[in-house]
Design a binder for this molecule. Structure first.
Ligand code: ADP
Ligand code: ZN
Ligand code: ZN
Length: 740
């Protein structure tokens, strides 16, 4: 057999975490050893035997093979949740390109910053008679503090430590003295902070309808045979996906397994959490970004010790160290929030699939508008697909109409509101129903379009919108292509070609002008400052304190307002022309979600989508609530352009304080990539300025690599990592990879 070496780290909580030691793998261990396993190794000069964690296995070594020590033993007894998470970190590091320390910090909360609270209690060790005797003695000797404490314990033989020190004014010295004299003894118990307080499970009343039951049965039937089965539930908003999740969790719990439920933070409302608590009582816990480091650590400890069955939370809850994880659920699977923005830039969906594979846990994705990745995966057999077409409470889907804003302009209406939307809003005000106005402003990046014909300036090479820069140039953020901003529209010759600028505040002003009597609430970053700003506005709207709610994408997530019967989308194009290959997908998702807000009660809802591009397939498909129609069009575009999921794309993000240095480094890097890419045949785009080319004086550029095979891209990524690590020109340049 060939020689084989293992990279081993020796202490996960230390700063030297990233320091890897190489050990020889004895022949008999070669087949069984895998990254993430714990091993016993001789360490240091004295060959102290310690435990290490294998982070990688290779066939070669950079050291003198004669001097490399051997692994003594593979520890099979220590395969706890922690070591499995270490294995996951190793995978994350390899897949997304980060250091092992970054990957481990993502997966395991750092120990040293947290102190868990404990509760100490004092117990009387003597019986009454003996106690009384001892009390006399203390009094005689004028040991008043001891006497006071003993007196209290004779009355109440178990006392909390805090009460004794604070209320009886007794010092630790006195307590220790009485402990030494065997008058009392002391116990200590960990108290974990529980962010949701205690809740008891009540009687659960909802019975699944046929559609829901069929899905739950389909998954439960193959629970044993497919321990790491993967599923996608495509169900319209309100079809009752959450009830299906809970049924599956209940099954997992009955098998002695635990569940993780990921929900985007913005949709993690009190109501949602309460539904889970009602069913699973205080074996549910919630993570969110407002928890302190201590609270987070406590939640993970409770999970590790088997005190929890369900963890609900955003992305980071994925790493809950459950002893016997049975199922991971990702609700609203298409949400961009599942993509990490910091190193390692992992995607929760992919990491969840990997964790499921490693630990034998199922993965269930749910969405009304699945991501292209998930649906493509379902089409190709990677996920088993389930579809839900009806709303659970028999509410009907809303009626959607599209208004052409070019037409409005032609007819002399320059208001933000089309005539149709104005008319419908007036009706709502008369009947006391509510309206939501949605300004789709995600990615307002200064794209240029013609208000007369709808023509949008695009990159001739990449088929994404060009962005207007301060210097008056239009720039492509994928390949760096540039051109001057045109004065007249190349499509129709009109002079109405400009960037679209309208904020929620302007919308509020013009709506108020149009309807002076209407009570308006506005929800955007300005009005939601402070901890509960967001919830306060939603509560006010639910209370009918306002007739109209105006907001950005914040208002379209997950909230039920039964009296909202009209939703207006003011300019659906705004997200269509962001400089991102996912622009159409995001637009479709936002429009579908916005439409889903209308008519959730007994009244039928109406939706008006205003746009300069009424024929665009994402807008047409959203209006018709036709997901598969949208998918077919979009996947065609992706495969023609080589974009994920049909192809694979790796972004190499480079940043540096010095603009020139950055430019030079990127040029070098490009040369290097082109050189090695001949063998791999991948296409290289850029370097180009990032969408936001400078943040806090750090300049940012990006190079894109495209190839149909992800393995090839990962191999190139590893080469780049090597190259930039040893090359001096990259010392001041930060490099981050983003996969797909
Ligand atoms: P989704 O997660 O698909 O958006 P939810 O699970 O939130 O849908 O369900 C929408 C509403 O329908 C909720 O108020 C829920 O309580 C209700 N609901 C779901 N399933 C049922 C059912 N089988 N019987 C009665 N009500 C249901
Ligand atoms: Zn035009
Ligand atoms: Zn381009």
């Amino acid at each position: 057999m060939q020689e084989c070496y293992a990279d081993v780290i020796v202490d996960i909580s230390s700063e030297k975490l990233d320091r890897v030691f190489q050990y020889r793998v004895p022949e008999e261990q070669q087949e069984l050893l895998e990254p993430g396993m714990m091993v016993e190794i001789p360490f240091g000069r004295g060959n102290r035997i310690i435990t290490g964690i294998v982070t990688g296995i290779t066939g070669h070594t950079d050291y003198d093979p004669a001097k490399i020590k051997s692994i003594l033993r593979v520890k099979t007894d220590g395969i706890g949740s922690e070591s499995r998470l270490i294995g996951l970190a190793a995978w994350i590091r390899d897949r997304y390109g980060s250091t092992m320390i970054q990957a481990l910090k993502t997966v395991i909360p750092v120990k040293k910053t947290v102190k868990s609270r404990s509760q100490k209690t004092l117990h009387l060790k003597l019986d009454q008679e003996e106690g009384q005797k001892r009390l006399e003695l203390f009094r005689k000797k004028h040991q008043t503090a001891r006497a006071r404490l003993l007196e209290a314990l004779l009355e109440e033989p178990v006392l909390p430590y805090g009460l004794v020190t604070e209320k009886l004014n007794i010092t630790g010295t006195v307590i220790r003295a009485l402990e030494a004299q065997e008058v009392l003894y002391c116990t200590e118990e960990q108290v974990y902070r529980n962010p949701i307080g205690s809740q008891s499970a009540g009687a659960y009343t909802i019975t699944l309808n046929e559609e829901q039951q069929a899905i739950a049965d389909g998954i439960i039937e193959e629970w044993q045979e497919q321990p790491n089965g993967r599923y996608l539930i495509h169900g319209v908003t309100g079809s009752g996906k959450t009830e299906v999740y809970m049924e599956l969790i209940a099954h997992a719990v009955s098998c002695g397994q635990q569940a993780i439920v990921l929900i985007p933070e913005i949709a993690l409302t009190y109501q949602t959490v309460l539904r889970f608590c009602k069913r699973f009582g205080d074996r549910v816990s919630v993570m969110n970004s407002r928890l302190s480091a201590g609270e987070r650590y406590d939640q993970f400890e409770r999970a590790k010790q088997g005190k929890l069955d369900v963890m609900i939370g955003p992305r980071s809850a994925l790493f809950t160290p459950f002893p016997n994880l049975g199922i991971i659920i990702i609700d609203e699977e298409h949400e961009p929030a599942y993509q990490s923005e910091t190193m390692p830039r992992y995607h929760a969906r992919e990491v969840a699939a990997q964790r499921g594979k490693m630990e034998g846990a199922k993965l269930v994705l749910g969405s009304a508008t699945p991501s292209l990745e998930a649906y493509y995966g379902a089409k190709n057999g990677y996920y088993r697909l389930f579809t839900m077409e009806k709303r659970a409470k028999d509410a009907v889907l809303p009626e959607v109409s599209i208004v052409d804003l070019r037409e409005e302009l032609r007819e002399g209406n320059r208001s933000i509101l089309s005539r149709r939307l104005q008319k419908l809003m007036a009706e709502r005000l008369e009947t006391g129903q509510q309206t939501m106005l949605f300004l789709n402003r995600r990615g307002y990046a200064g794209f240029i379009s013609c208000r007369s014909c709808g023509h949008v300036m695009k990159c001739p090479h990449c088929d994404v919108s060009l962005s207007l820069h301060n210097n008056g140039k239009l720039v492509c953020h994928y390949c760096g292509y540039e051109e001057d901003k045109p004065k007249i529209c190349p499509g129709c010759g009109s002079g109405f070609i400009r960037s679209f600028k309208a904020g929620t505040q302007q919308v509020e002003e013009s709506v108020q002008k149009e309807f002076p009597m209407a009570r308006i609430l506005r929800m955007d970053l300005d009005t939601t400052k402070g901890k509960e700003g967001h919830a306060r506005i939603l509560a006010a709207f639910a209370n009918h304190d306002a007739d109209i709610l105006i907001g950005t994408q914040m208002i379209v997530k997950g909230h039920d307002f039964p009296d909202v019967t009209l939703v207006g989308v003011l300019a659906a194009d705004l997200s269509l022309h962001i400089a991102d290959y996912r622009a159409a997908e995001r637009t479709f998702q936002l429009l579908t979600q916005a439409a889903g807000r209308a008519g959730r009660g007994t009244l039928r809802g109406e939706v008006v989508i205003q746009t300069y591009d009424p024929l665009h397939y994402s807008i047409q498909a959203a209006a018709a609530q036709d997901y598969t129609g949208f998918y077919e069009q979009e996947i065609l575009y992706r495969s023609l352009a080589g974009y994920p999921p049909a192809g694979n794309l790796v972004a190499v993000h480079c940043s540096c304080e010095d603009e020139q240095q950055l430019q030079m480094a990127c040029d070098y890097l490009k040369k290097f990539i082109v050189q090695i890419s001949e063998r791999y045949r991948l296409s290289v785009l850029g370097p180009a300025d990032e969408m936001i080319a400078k943040i806090q004086d750090v300049h940012r550029m990006v190079i894109y690599l495209k190839h149909e095979n992800l393995k090839v891209l990962i191999a190139v990524k590893n080469k780049i990592e090597q190259y930039t690590r040893i090359n001096r020109g990259f010392q001041t340049v930060t490099i981050q990879f983003e996969v797909n």
